[in-house]
Design a protein around this ligand. Structure first.
Ligand code: DX5
Ligand code: ZN
Length: 222
């Protein structure tokens, strides 16, 4: 994989013009599309389901799609999201009765699997499944909404997760999600993240290319 990945989050995109908006962030240099699924049960917001994902594939979006499931229960929807065109599927351990089994369902359906940890969810959840993870997603805001402020304590958690990954010898992406802006992405990268979800900082700007280039500069000089 590339040294690091920028993952524009469609949560802040223009849903009246989703296909075109995604094409634009990809032309501007986004690597992966981050697809936030919310159910108004596990999190207090409601977004989109597999039909939208499938439509994006039919529209011709061919880059990897990183599906962040903020839904409970989660197991029965995984095959449907896989079928719709997901590459990565992450879920929250609190939303699964049997975490190891849920990871297995993701893999059986041909996707890369990951755990998404809320700001106060312990890294201990990782301990007995490191060898089954392709991705660890650390939430740096409470899940549910875009455009929130980065929680500074996440930095310590990023470096602890980075140590766990390095000690494990496993090939695991460390993704951070929430409140990432041009002025903090360098620091987030320095603490050990290598995949960055960018929502409002990108879609609320009028110049995607400049934001992406500025973020890459910050990462590469940090
Ligand atoms: C929040 C979502 C994020 C969100 C990030 O629950 O998981 O992916 O879209 O948005 P920003 O970058 O605006 O914090
Ligand atoms: Zn997300």
């Amino acid at each position: 994989m590339k040294k690091y990945l920028l993952a524009p989050s469609i949560l802040s995109a223009n849903f009246a013009n989703l296909g075109k908006d995604i094409e634009e962030v990809l032309i501007s240099g986004g690597d992966v599309i981050h697809f936030d699924v919310m159910d108004n049960h596990y999190v207090p917001n409601l977004t989109v389901g597999p039909i939208v994902l499938q439509s994006l594939r039919k529209h011709g979006i061919s880059v990897p799609i990183d599906v962040h499931l903020m839904i409970k229960p989660v197991d029965t929807l995984i095959p449907i999201f896989a079928q719709a065109g997901s590459n990565y599927i992450t879920f929250h351990p609190e939303a699964s009765e049997h975490i190891d089994k849920t990871l297995q369902i993701i893999k059986e359906n041909g996707c890369k699997a990951g755990l998404a940890l809320n700001p106060t969810t312990s890294l201990n959840y990782l301990d007995y499944v490191m060898d089954k993870l392709d991705i660890i997603l650390l939430m740096s805001v409470n899940p549910g909404f875009g455009n929130q402020c980065f929680i500074p304590n996440t930095l310590k958690k990023i470096s602890e997760a980075r140590k766990k990954i390095d000690n494990s010898g496993c090939d695991i992406i460390l993704e951070v999600d929430g409140g990432i802006k041009i002025d903090n992405i360098g620091q987030i990268s320095k603490f050990g993240a290598n995949m960055f979800v960018i929502g409002s900082a990108l879609f609320n700007s009028h110049d995607y290319k400049t934001v992406i280039n500025d973020m890459r500069k910050e990462i590469e000089t940090s």
